[in-house]
Design a protein around this ligand. Structure first.
Ligand SMILES: NC(=O)c1ccc[n+]([C@@H]2O[C@H](COP(=O)([O-])OP(=O)(O)OC[C@H]3O[C@@H](n4cnc5c(N)ncnc54)[C@H](OP(=O)(O)O)[C@@H]3O)[C@@H](O)[C@H]2O)c1
Length: 304
C-alpha cells in the first residue's frame, strides 16, 4: 500500500517509520517538504504521491508554545489537519490522525472512554480537537488515535529532560497532582502499524498500561537510571506556573482496542526500561553508573 506519514522527523514517526518500511511503499514528509497549513501545497503533494493510507502525525506539539501562539496552533493542528483530511477525501485515502489526552478536561475519576465528551483546557487541546472534528466531518474512512505523555528516541521528551536536569542538579520539583499514562513511542508505533490492516474505523485510546503522576514518573526514571542521590519533591500544578492549563486526570481507557483484537500496550515502566537502554545506546543521555542503573531497571520491571 502507498503510505504517507506526516511529521516524519518527529519523535513518534521515528518509531513508526521502521514498523512500516518493508511491507509498504512509505513516504515520510515534514515541514521542510511542505507546510500542512498551506492547502495548495497539501493538494499538490497528494496529487504527486496519491497515498492510500495517511498517518497524520505532524503537529505543533509544544503545549505552552501553543498557548502563547494560538493562531499558529490553530493553523497547524486544526487547519493543517483539515487540509490533509480534504485531500484524503479527494484521493480516497484512509486517515489515521494521532490526537491527545489533552482533549479532555481531566475532571473525572475514572479513565476516559472514547465517547466521553472532550472539553479541552488548553489551546493545544482545542486545536487538536478541532483537528479531530475536521477528520470526522470529511466522511473519510478514519482512525482517531488518542495517546498521551509520549517518550522515546528522536525527540525532546519528559524522560530525556529529567535525565538532563538530574545530571546537573541534586534537587528536582515535579508536579504530583496530574495523573496520566506515559507511553513509549516504540510500543505505540507497533500498534499504529496494525491499524493499516483494520477496517474497524473510529476513535481509539492507545496508551502505555498503568498510570502515574509526573512526580511518580520522575521517581521511577531516577531510580531506574541510577540517579540515587537526586531528590525529587512533589509540587502542585499551581506552583509549577506553566503557561498552559493541563488536565488533572487524563488516564485513557484502552479497552476498545482489545475489542478489535489488538493487544493492550505494555506497562509504562517496561517502556521506560527499554527507553533507558536505547536512549543510552543512541547517546541521547548518559546514565550515572551503567552497572547500578541496569540492576535498578531489572528490579523495577520485575516489580511492575
Ligand atoms: N508528544 C506527546 O506527548 C503527545 C501526546 C499525545 C499525542 N501526541 C500527538 O502525536 C503526534 C506526534 O507527536 P510527536 O511528539 O512525535 O511530535 P513532534 O516530535 O513534535 O513531531 C511533529 C513534527 O511535525 C512537524 N511539523 C510542525 N508543524 C508543521 C507544519 N506546519 N507542516 C508540516 N510539519 C509540521 C514538526 O516539525 P518541526 O519540529 O520542524 O516543527 C515535527 O517534525 C502529534 O500529532 C501530537 O499531537 C503527542
Amino acid at each position: 500500500m502507498r503510505v504517507l506519514v506526516t511529521g516524519a522527523k518527529g519523535m513518534l514517526a521515528n518509531a513508526l517509520l521502521p514498523c512500516l518500511g518493508n511491507k509498504h511503499d512509505v513516504v515520510g514528509v515534514d515541514l521542510a517538504d511542505f507546510d500542512i497549513s498551506q492547502e495548495a501545497a497539501v493538494q499538490k503533494a497528494f496529487r504527486d504521491l496519491r497515498p492510500e493510507f495517511v498517518y497524520h502525525l505532524a503537529a505543533y506539539t509544544d503545549v505552552d508554545g501553543c498557548e502563547a501562539n494560538p493562531t499558529l496552533a490553530m493553523q497547524v493542528n486544526a487547519d493543517g489537519t483539515a487540509n490533509l483530511a480534504s485531500s484524503c477525501a479527494k484521493v480516497g485515502a484512509t486517515m489515521l490522525y494521532v490526537s491527545t489526552d489533552y482533549v479532555f478536561d481531566g475532571s473525572g475519576q475514572r479513565p476516559w472512554l472514547e465517547d466521553d465528551n472532550p472539553n479541552p483546557l488548553s489551546v493545544y487541546g482545542r486545536s487538536k480537537l478541532q483537528g479531530e472534528k475536521a477528520v470526522v466531518s470529511r466522511s473519510i474512512p478514519h482512525f482517531l488515535v488518542r495517546s498521551s505523555w509520549l517518550y522515546g528516541p528522536g525527540g525532546k521528551n519528559f524522560v530525556s529532560t529529567i535525565l538532563k536536569i538530574a545530571a546537573e542538579r541534586d534537587d528536582l520539583r515535579v508536579v504530583s497532582d496530574q495523573r496520566g499514562s506515559p507511553t513509549y513511542t516504540r510500543h505505540l508505533a507497533l500498534t499504529l502499524a496494525q491499524f493499516i490492516d483494520c477496517k474497524s474505523y473510529g476513535i481509539y485510546h492507545v496508551t502505555g498500561s498503568g498510570s502515574c503522576s509526573w512526580f511518580e514518573f520522575t521517581q521511577a526514571i531516577l531510580k531506574m537510571a541510577g540517579f540515587n542521590h537526586v531528590r525529587v519533591a512533589p509540587i502542585s500544578t499551581q506552583e509549577s506556573a506553566r503557561k498552559a492549563p493541563r488536565p488533572a486526570f487524563s488516564v485513557l481507557d484502552n479497552r476498545r482496542l482489545t475489542e478489535i483484537g489488538l493487544d493492550l500496550l505494555p506497562h509504562w515502566m517496561e517502556g521506560l526500561a527499554d527507553y533507558l537502554k536505547e536512549g543510552q545506546r543512541l547517546g541521547e543521555f548518559t546514565l550515572p553508573d551503567t552497572g547500578s542503573g541496569e540492576k535498578a531497571i531489572q528490579s523495577e520491571v520485575k516489580e511492575s
